[in-house]
Design a protein around this ligand. Structure first.
Ligand SMILES: [Zn+2]
Length: 403
């Protein structure tokens, strides 16, 4: 088999695994007949196909330099499919072993002591006294976007994110998206990439939407996040190079580490701190009917909260490894991630469904940031966009970025 033949077989294997799990195939824009031909096969057969594909790599001739990256990335994906088939068949790995197998990465082991320091910092910053969780909820209430202003605020944020991205990345003329407001989901927003540079972005209205989420979601789901990442891959790799493995996106794969990590880091790329604050004060706060004078402290609080994000990994690891039960996991999230009880319960739902996927958001962001800033420096905006766009068009896994 040639590498292109292995790539086609891999796509068909991913589609077949998707018959066992609705969440698995996140996006597909390859030949419709490949999808139409997909049958539901026993997991043991699929496991055998994955093994055979891994064997095929060993028989490939040494790749040309420009093909090495492609080949390494695809091999990691085939290994991830194999591991996911085993998990569908009932195998359970430890949290760390699972994240290595699926995402080529392992979250650092942090404990309560690490987060206690950050909680102390927040205690200084927040108005009032006493238990941080209810205090933070009280403080945040002022920053909720009223439901009837949500679309105006979110649309303004995504238009700004798009304009900023377009200055640095050439986007196809027909690229577009639509926004839907939905309910009853374990996520707060989702990008469904449909191919031909089009995305459906869904925003979950189960929970109050706070003002910081407008830019976060606009950049993460849209520009330069998931929408841009997907369209660059479709344009450069599928259409121009004919690298068919990229026409399918299996959710539980190393691709997600880069997708979530770059979507989160992309918020900072599109909106450097001072520019973000100015746009929030001048445009988004007034649109949401929130006093712009409150923006400065609010974003200081958000920056401290960001440092607590790894508490979510700690809780997920302990819960999924069977060290703590569900109520203890919810209590730990409330104490260290400071989400309220309802939101913490929703997060446990996400952890139960997507398991070690949680590391892709924060560790992914940190690895992508380190990769880009090592090459572009911290302050050269032009350079930063360039390295970032180059990475989105030539995907690398965690271990490849850390090399
Ligand atoms: Zn995402």
């Amino acid at each position: 088999m040639t590498l292109n033949e292995i790539a086609a077989a891999y796509v068909k294997l991913v589609l077949a695994v998707g018959r066992h799990d609705d969440s698995y195939v996140d996006a597909y824009y390859g030949p419709p007949e490949w999808q139409a031909e997909t049958r539901t096969l026993p997991l043991a057969d699929l496991r055998l196909s994955a093994d055979q594909l891994e064997q095929q790599f060993k028989q490939l001739p040494a790749p040309a330099p420009d093909q090495q990256l492609r080949q390494d990335f695809l091999l990691l994906h085939v290994a991830a499919v194999r591991s996911y088939i085993d998990q569908l068949a009932g195998a359970r790995l430890s949290f760390d072993a699972e994240s290595m197998a699926l995402y080529d990465a392992k979250s650092p082991s942090l404990t309560e002591a690490d987060f206690d320091l950050i909680l102390a910092e927040l205690d200084q910053l927040l108005p009032g006294q006493g238990d941080l969780n209810p205090r933070l909820s009280d403080y945040h209430r002022t920053f909720e976007i009223p439901r009837d202003r949500l679309d105006a605020v979110f649309t303004a944020a995504i238009n700004e994110a798009r304009a900023r991205t377009k200055k640095h990345i050439a986007l196809p003329a027909q690229e577009n998206f639509s926004i839907e407001y939905v309910q009853d989901q374990v996520w707060s927003a989702y990008n469904w990439y449909k191919g031909n540079s089009y995305s459906l972005i869904q925003v979950n209205t189960d929970f109050p939407m706070f003002i910081s989420r407008a830019i976060d979601l606009a950049s993460h789901e849209g520009y330069p996040g998931h929408h841009v990442f997907n369209l660059l891959i479709e344009k450069h790799l599928v259409n121009e190079q004919g690298w068919m493995e990229y026409c399918v996106y299996p959710l539980y794969s190393p691709m997600s580490f880069l997708a979530e990590g770059s979507a989160n880091y992309g918020i900072d790329v599109a909106f450097p701190e001072a520019e973000r604050l100015a746009f929030e004060k001048d445009t988004l706060f007034p649109l949401a009917g929130i006093d712009p004078a409150l923006a400065e402290l609010y974003y200081q609080v958000q920056a401290v909260l960001q440092k607590l994000s790894y508490a979510g990994n700690m809780v997920a690891q302990r819960y999924l490894d069977g060290i703590i039960e569900r109520p203890a996991a919810i209590a730990l999230l409330m104490k260290y991630a400071l989400s309220d009880e309802k939101r913490s319960t929703q997060r446990i739902g996400f952890i139960e469904k997507h398991r070690s996927y949680v590391i892709n958001y924060n560790l992914g962001q940190d690895v992508v940031q380190a990769y880009v800033e090592k090459r572009a420096g911290k302050d050269n905006e032009q350079q930063r966009w360039q390295v970032f766009a180059e990475l989105l068009s030539h995907p690398k896994s965690a271990s490849m970025m850390e090399k």
